[in-house]
Structures are given as C-alpha cells and as structure tokens.
Design a protein around this ligand. Structure first.
Ligand SMILES: [Zn+2]
Length: 70
C-alpha cells in the first residue's frame, strides 16, 4: 500500500508576502528579502511619523495663536 506523503508533509514554511519557500527551521514568517524590505519600510515610516510629529508640534502654536486672536 502506497502512502501519500505529500499530504502529511505540510510543515514547509512560506513567506507571507511573496510566497517563497523558507527553511523549516526559520522562526520568521518572511523571507530575507521581504524582511529587509519591511525593516526599510519601518524605518521610513518612523522617519515620516517623526517629521509629521514635528510638523504638528510646529503648527499647534500657530493654531493656538489664531484661536486666541479671536
Ligand atoms: Zn518574501
């Protein structure tokens, strides 16, 4: 009797983003490429958030000034 092993051997991990097959020993859900890309995106998001925060902080005094002028 033949045993179909392809059905039971589904422990193979795949990158959540691009579907690339990962080593089953990896603890990451993304391949190296996508993890690099995500790290870069996170850095850029942080930089954007920082710039936005500074922009908001610099706008608040102006808004307060305009409100008080009424
Ligand atoms: Zn990937």
């Amino acid at each position: 009797m033949k045993v179909n092993k392809t059905e039971t051997n589904v422990t193979e991990k795949m990158c959540k983003k691009c579907g690339k097959v990962l080593a089953s020993t990896t603890k990451y859900r993304y391949c190296d490429n996508c993890r690099r890309g995500r790290a870069k995106t996170r850095r850029e998001a942080l930089a954007t958030a920082g710039a936005l925060g500074i922009a908001i902080l610099s706008v608040v005094p102006v808004v307060k000034h305009l409100v008080n002028k009424k």
